[in-house]
Design a protein around this ligand. Structure first.
Ligand code: BTN
Length: 258
């Protein structure tokens, strides 16, 4: 079982993660966090569960969330920014997870735009940001992160076995989840404060140096539209710049990369 006491003993943030609620089991930590945010819980409030019965992924997928192996958490953010400027959150969250993995293991995953983390081509982390708009601003955003930590080989269901991995599978070692989560809070808070101070350059540069997308021929599936071309870069807000086959450049803010 995850120990809150151990987690608190490692925590070195100013705000993120100090206020925390822990469930042995819940449907989705994002849904719980949204309810807490609606009731006025502050920025940095963290919801954590040892297991999710209906963990949510992007594009209405489910997130496999077996007990005691992964980290399933959702953080309330209240960024004082217009809704149109929310994209950098996606990039900064992926970079924070990557730095945590580097810090806590010997691994260096790659980022797949916008913020999936892959090790040897297999997914180890997924990030789901849900925001509640208020006029043109953000009332709050829920930053949901799921990381496969101590899953063993052969423990993923068949449909995930070839596409997913865990930190334990890749390192051969059990990872201290309490220390990992406290480190994640540290990097998230650092990147977030930087982002609010419009000091995003380091985070963007880090993303550029650790991505698996730029330079590749990609298709972004936006449901009603497929955008195909060569991924050239991300811009300062985290949008993907794609050179279309006709030579035109297109900036893409959302969609699934294929
Ligand atoms: C994805 O890659 O599709 C995003 C997956 C996000 C999963 C996390 S687990 C914690 C939080 N609660 C949820 O229901 N989803 C996110």
């Amino acid at each position: 079982m995850f120990s809150l006491q151990k987690f608190r003993s490692y925590l070195s943030t100013k705000v993120f993660g100090h206020n925390i609620v822990f469930y042995k089991e819940t449907g989705s930590t994002n849904d719980q966090a949204r309810e807490f945010a609606r009731k006025g819980k502050p920025e940095g409030f963290l919801v954590l569960s040892d297991r999710q019965t209906s963990g949510k992924g992007r594009f209405s997928r489910t997130w496999y969330s077996p007990e005691k192996t992964g980290l399933y958490c959702s953080l309330i953010l209240r960024p004082p920014i217009p809704l149109s400027k929310i994209s950098p959150l996606t990039i900064l969250a992926g970079v924070a997870v990557l730095k945590t993995i580097q810090n806590e293991t010997s691994l260096t995953p790659l980022l797949k735009w916008p913020n999936d983390l892959l090790i040897n081509g297999k997914k180890v982390c997924g990030i789901l940001i849900e925001s509640a708009p208020k006029k043109n601003n953000v009332e709050f955003a829920i930053l949901g992160i799921g990381i496969n930590i101590n899953n063993n080989e052969g423990q993923f269901p068949d449909d995930l076995s070839t596409s997913s991995t865990s930190l334990k599978i890749e390192t051969g070692k059990d990872i201290n989840r309490e220390k990992f989560l406290s480190s994640l809070m540290f990097y998230l808070e650092k990147n977030y404060v930087g982002c609010l101070n419009e000091d995003n350059k380091g985070t963007l540069q880090f993303w550029r140096e650790h991505n698996d997308t730029v330079g590749k021929k990609v298709t972004v599936n936006q449901g009603k539209r497929l955008i195909t071309g060569l991924a050239k870069d991300i811009d300062e807000s985290g949008k993907l710049l794609i050179q279309l086959d006709n030579g035109n450049m297109e900036k893409v803010s959302s969609g699934e990369l294929e």
